[in-house]
Design a protein around this ligand. Sequence first.
Ligand SMILES: [Zn+2]
Length: 324
Amino acid sequence: MTTQTTQTLAEGVECIDTGLYRPQLAASYLIRGGDRLAFVDTGVARALPRLLAAVEQQGLTPEHVEAVIPTHVHLDHAGAAGALMAVCPNARLIVHPKGAQHLIDPSKLTAGATAVYGAAEFERHFGDLTPIPESRVEIAEDEHRIDIGGRVLRFIDTPGHANHHGCLFDERTRGWFTGDTFGIAYPEFCTSAGPWLLAPTTPVAFDPPAWQASLDRLLEAKPLCAYLTHFGRVEDPAALVGQLRGSIDALAEVALREEDQPEAGRLARLKCAVTDTLVAAAQAHGVRMAPDQISEWLVVDRELNAQGLEVWLQRRRKQREAAA
Ligand SMILES: [Zn+2]
């Protein structure tokens, strides 16, 4: 199969398909200002050749890469950061304060991802993480500004999906690079009603109220578009946000229905309920695939969402016990 790996989405915004699992699942963005480049999200370590090919397509070299900016340190977003830094001598890694340590010493990320995905899957799809020297790491606090050849990216802290998550606003195209904060919109589920958004409630820091507040902040900028890591550009975020807010609420509700139920077997029940909820939402959006097929496209998401909801319930129990 020949698939176009890189697509221009706006002036100086290239969307690179990092090739995780299937086409158009996980993007990396290459942003250009003058003859300077920045990557926002990198895909998994195995994506490195595709990232470098995109640089070459610009008629530039890895020396022109000034910044590597993962929105957060989950591996589909930051897995290639270390490998990329190793071949881009002038780049600095710009990262949320809560994510930095995990890219300097990726051993916990490897262990965490192995726990979530299993060792065989980790090896097969992700590839080894390369540590990044601390001296090359720049911490992005809220409202950090990054200048890429005169093109300004504004970083804001956006907890909710992960507590080490930030989004970047590109003033030039008035678009947000949203990582997972603006949800997931796979092209396969786009209908005449537009893209279908779902909330990834991935372990370990799902936080519904924080997430809703992060969405408020994204909208404050009056964005024209959002560049989603999963996957591509969507228009008019203000018109789409209701879907995502509904998905966050519906998935939280799925978990809360299980809150006082026995923990034995709960994860399996959550998986079923997450699947039913997502399939029903896709159908309500006008997706005409059979339920089994919808569920198959979402095979990784429903697994991660159920695990994340289980972790959230356990955190809520600990908080209640601590308060008692
Ligand atoms: Zn992701």
